[in-house]
Design a protein around this ligand. Structure first.
Ligand code: ZN
Length: 129
C-alpha cells in the first residue's frame, strides 16, 4: 500500500485505513474519528477507501475571525505566534463575556491571553502540518 493518507480535513490528525466487520474497509482519523463511509464499493477495497479519503477537499486554513473564536469555547486552536495549541475560553456572562481568551501552556508557564488585545492569529489546523 503505497498511497499516503492525507491529514484529517477536520483536525489535521493522522489517518489510518482499517478493516472492520460490517462496513469493511474505511479510513479513520486517529484523533477525532472522522471517517469514510463503509459499505458499497469501498468495502472490499482498501485502495478505494484510501482514494476516497484523499479526494476530500482540504479546507482553507484561514486565520479564525473573532466571531468564529467566540463560538469555540472549550475547543483547541493553534496559536501561530507562539507555536502552541491553546483552548479557547469565552465566558457568556460577567465582565469578560464575549471576550475570547487562549488558555494554555507556553515556555513553561500557564498562559491566559486575550486574543483580541494581543491580535493573536488562531487557526483550526496547525500551520505547516
Ligand atoms: Zn480528525
Amino acid at each position: 500500500m503505497d498511497k499516503k493518507l492525507k491529514p484529517c480535513p477536520f483536525c489535521g490528525g493522522t489517518a489510518e485505513a482499517k478493516w472492520m466487520s460490517g462496513p469493511g474497509w474505511l479510513v479513520k482519523c486517529k484523533k477525532c474519528s472522522a471517517r469514510t463511509i463503509g459499505g458499497t464499493n469501498l468495502e472490499n477495497d482498501e485502495h478505494a477507501a484510501r482514494a476516497a479519503w484523499n479526494r476530500r477537499a482540504q479546507p482553507a486554513n484561514e486565520p479564525l475571525t473573532l466571531d468564529e473564536i467566540r463560538g469555540m469555547d472549550g475547543e483547541p486552536v493553534w496559536i501561530a505566534e507562539a507555536n502552541i495549541w491553546a483552548i479557547v475560553k469565552c465566558e457568556q456572562k460577567g465582565r469578560w463575556a464575549g471576550i475570547p481568551f487562549a488558555v494554555g501552556y507556553w515556555q513553561r508557564i500557564n498562559i491566559e491571553w486575550n486574543i483580541k488585545q494581543r491580535r493573536l492569529m488562531c487557526y483550526r489546523i496547525k500551520i505547516g502540518s
